[in-house]
Design a protein around this ligand. Structure first.
Ligand SMILES: Nc1nc2c(ncn2[C@@H]2O[C@H](COP(=O)(O)OP(=O)(O)OP(=O)(O)O)[C@@H](O)[C@H]2O)c(=O)[nH]1
Ligand SMILES: [Mg+2]
Length: 325
């Protein structure tokens, strides 16, 4: 069993790690969003265009439909107008270059790296509302770290649903990670305390903590998160080292409201935008990034274990707009 897992993980490392494999994953995951652009902007491809109100309105409509939000949309339109004033923009392909440049600029400071080398063990917490993809993301993350030769311990901090614990245990097995769950349920802080002690004792490279998304009410959920942080810090005062907020990409910009709520409880260090494969509104990632000012660290592009990828702005933009050569 273990031998099989290692063999599987090793052989996938080579293919999934290559640039081409990453491009293919982003392309496949953003296919629905790209098709929306294709349908709308296809009429311009290879043709002469004129930057007038009508053209800009059309671009604007597509950006809104794809959920880029007003700030990103406005900045893009502004760039198109600016460039066209400097030198004539006569072909749609020039627009594609402007789009790409604008996004590169806007994501320039987006550091997707998780600095796992800085702490040992490195403690990572996932938070987010119910169903956003926390448990799945954690399982995929453990797999990603295993590919890099890192030893993870997963703590089942969502003790409220037996099914959630089982789901996570299955992910842990698939990722080849250690796993700890509460024997008597209902006490996330207790199991997190035990888990961190285990991680320290086992010299785990990473301790990955899942949390519940649904409690009786929001106040209870937030109070529990505060308690979880206090418990972690009893054993490792500067932890958690990464607080990832997991947002469902299909929910669109409503995710921003959630993001702000979580931000009041703990400093969000990075975002994971999941289920981008299930939406034609892939622009939402850019809108969220713009509003939150927090790096997007990972994107969920499917349900398989290797469908979580570190966010890469170039790959994202090219897959979204179909601008890769
Ligand atoms: N297509 C697709 N599905 C995803 C992705 N990430 C998660 N899912 C699915 O979304 C559903 C919910 O995922 P979970 O990981 O259970 O979400 P959660 O945040 O842990 O949910 P709670 O524990 O109920 O709060 C599952 O069916 C996952 O398979 C993704 O990137 N793409
Ligand atoms: Mg869960």
């Amino acid at each position: 069993m273990i031998f099989f897992k290692k063999k599987g993980a090793g052989s996938r490392e080579n293919s999934a790690g290559s640039q081409q494999a990453k491009e293919e994953k982003f392309d496949a995951g953003l296919k629905r969003s790209r098709n929306r652009f294709r349908e709308g902007l296809l009429s311009f491809v290879g043709k002469e265009i004129k930057i007038d109100r009508e053209f800009l309105d059309e671009i604007e409509a597509f950006l809104y439909q794809s959920d880029f939000g007003s700030r990103v949309t406005d900045s893009l339109l502004q760039k198109i107008e600016e460039r066209s004033r400097k030198s004539p923009v006569t072909h749609y392909e020039q627009i594609q270059v402007i789009i790409r440049d604008t996004f590169r600029e806007r994501f320039a400071g987006n550091d997707a790296k998780i600095p796992v080398e800085n702490h040992h063990p490195f403690v990572l917490l996932v938070v987010g509302v119910n169903g956003s993809g926390k448990t799945t993301t954690l399982g995929k993350l453990a797999y990603t770290f295993a590919q890099e030769g890192k030893k993870s311990l997963i703590i089942a901090g969502d003790t409220y649903r037996a099914a959630a614990v089982e789901q996570l245990e299955t992910w842990a097995q698939r990722a080849g990670a250690s796993f700890i769950k509460s024997p008597d349920a209902k006490n996330p802080s207790g199991i997190i305390y035990d888990g961190i002690q285990k991680g320290l004792h086992d010299q785990s490279d990473l301790i990955l903590i899942d949390t519940a998304g649904r409690l009786h009410n929001k106040a209870h959920l937030m109070e529990e998160l505060r308690k979880i942080i206090r418990v972690i810090q009893k054993l490792i005062p500067d932890a958690p080292h990464e607080n990832l907020l997991v947002l469902d990409g299909t929910v669109g910009q409503n995710g921003l409201i959630q993001a702000r709520e979580f931000g009041k409880i703990l400093p969000i260090s990075g975002l994971v935008v999941t289920k981008l494969d299930g939406t034609a509104k892939g622009g939402v990632l850019a809108a969220i990034h713009e509003e939150m000012g927090v790096p997007v660290k990972f994107v969920g592009l499917g349900e398989k274990i290797d469908d979580l990828l570190p966010f890469d702005a170039d790959l994202y933009v090219d897959s979204l707009f179909g601008t890769r050569n």
